[in-house]
Design a protein around this ligand. Sequence first.
Ligand SMILES: Nc1ncnc2c1ncn2[C@@H]1O[C@H](COP(=O)(O)OP(=O)(O)OP(=O)(O)O)[C@@H](O)[C@H]1O
Length: 709
Amino acid sequence: MGSKSPEIASEQTFFDAAARHRARRRDGLAEVTAAAAHPGAAVHLKRYAGKAAEALGDNDEAVAFGRIDDESDDVLYIGRHVVLDERSEVLIANWQAPAAAPYFEASHVDRRGLVRKRSYQCDGNTIQDFTDVLFAQLAAAIDGPDQRLLDELARARTGEMRDIVATIQAAQFELIRAPMEQVLVIEGGPGTGKTAVALHRVSWLLFNNPDLVPEDVLVVGPNPTFMRYIGRVLPDLGDAEVLMRDVARLAPGVRRGRTEPAEVSRLKGEARLAGLLSRALRNRVGVPEPAERLLLGGRFVTVPGTELAEAMAVASAAELPYSQQRRLFWDRVNHLVSQRAGVDAAGAPAVTNLVDRLWPQQSAAAFLRDLFGSRARLSAAAGTEFTAEEVRQLHRQGADRLSEEVWSAADLPLLDELERLIDGPGRQYAHVVIDEAQDLSPMQLRAIGRRCAGGSLTLVGDLAQSTGSWARDDWAEVTDHLPAVHPVVIAPLRYGYRVPAQAYRLAARLLPVAAAGVTPPEVVRTGPAEPGIHRVSLTERAGRVVALAAAHAEKGAFVGIVCPARCRREVEAALADNGVGWSSAQRGELGGSVNLVSPQEAKGLEFDAVVVVEPEQIVAEDDRGHRLLYVALTRTTAYLDIVCVADPLPLTVPPQRRPPAANEGAALFTDRAVRRLADHLAGQLSGAAPRASWGAVLDEVRRVLDATD
Ligand SMILES: Nc1ncnc2c1ncn2[C@@H]1O[C@H](COP(=O)(O)OP(=O)(O)OP(=O)(O)O)[C@@H](O)[C@H]1O
């Protein structure tokens, strides 16, 4: 670095000067608030100053991360935030500015008019070193990852994702700046930067589309833990106002936590349910008596049923939500009654009662509880589109009080659908990002899609990681349920940045059985060690998991234990016995040095060191269990350990998941039968023993069954 010293010193002078301008601007913003003429103005100015200060970035942040020199020797410094001098000339351009684009786009194939691209390594605003790419000398070079990127990828992780502005790669930048008017599906293997790209895309679109404001953008992810993990990226890029929601939080606020058999939640996720709900709501509109008698001002007025029926038909034909059609009907009834009574009937209790009876007011939750609670209503709305068995599956006893009704995850999009049917579209957004989109049910996709006013969407996902009731093999199965305003463009990301080669080699062996058609990413880096495979006895298993996790944590690593449900209790007990503190993704936490996550919760997350517990059990946990294991094995940025009694890398399909051979069908105990029996046994267990003893009972059952074998 010695020969670079004079250059670093001169660059530092520029960095210091820019930092002074930034600080001066910040001070100026503080004075703006003080200058307010009255308290009301002060509130507005304070808000303005707060936003403007956010757009300046932190005082201890480097003013720039890179610079580009073009063929005319013009130099442009690029940072996370723009820095202006006292004449408002740009000293440092922000990364989203069009002038900064060549920094990300230039390669040896197309150098975009640049002669040099410089990246700085800084500690705060102090330059430690820089790396130059001199394009003229790069003629024959390969466009591989540069040192700056590799250093960045090797840094230790925490429970929060960071921005990648300084090291965005050309292929990623292309997607970040892709036009808004499309349904852009960013697909790619684990750790290819899909989530990072989608978030930076939001920031880029906001900067480059003056009509788009942060409040017009919605980012939807799979669960609260994931949302917390990605939650800092946009605020750090200066876009704190973008709404970030896990998919369940889109639904109305109701009591959650009902569990139900997988086949029921799968059924509730189907798009057919939208039709059923719509018909059920329509069926709530009654039929008038041949002559309706109303007591008005002490005398009876009779309105013929045919006139009311006609008023209903007119209101029903209006392309309006239920409650507005009801309002229309009410107006017409007022008119009809007023005409006959010769007085203004508006607001008369008799009219209100008639309207309430014929066109009852509805709330989504009360309506759905009553619908599920009535086989007759379900059957009427089901028509010929559902079998009697499906109606039976939907039917359930509702709680006496609505506030006591507990709703399942699959109920939530149905409540959301009903709210829209009843009250019309709610808040809409100009651009919507859906992360981990490959797993969402059609009803969940509808809930997100109707929030997307103009159909401009960015989807993020990987079919090889698609699991659960809605495991997909084709993106059309997802995009078919979203607004079809713009064309769908599927854009792959090719390079794997997270997972080191040694760990990925192992995980990739699952692909032929997990997702045969999927192309694996090209991994850009090697890790510090080969995966550790630890075969243990059943009694040793949990202890070994905890010992490995604790050893990584002691060295300062951010550790994830990816544990199937069946082993969770024993691992929790071993963590407690060994005095190892841990955070649980189940409780929405992440950020302790040791974190316990299920394979499903692990999606999208990453850790310095990952300990995967009993792969065979992970495979058994899902119809696409090999994909779940693939997810588990690809969460590491450095170290991977597998602790198992059985096969560390089961490559065959477990017997219960095998499709039946021709002569085997009748005898096979199907998945559905397995789930039904499990539900039955779970019901028995929960009724017979306190929760704290369930684990012990199940262990004992396993022991007895093993002995029977
Ligand atoms: N250009 C880049 N510069 C620095 N880090 C990067 C870059 N691209 C990706 N990364 C890092 O690689 C890791 C994986 O990124 P990300 O989580 O976005 O990948 P993903 O494709 O969404 O993964 P998964 O499929 O597992 O959800 C993150 O730590 C991210 O910061």
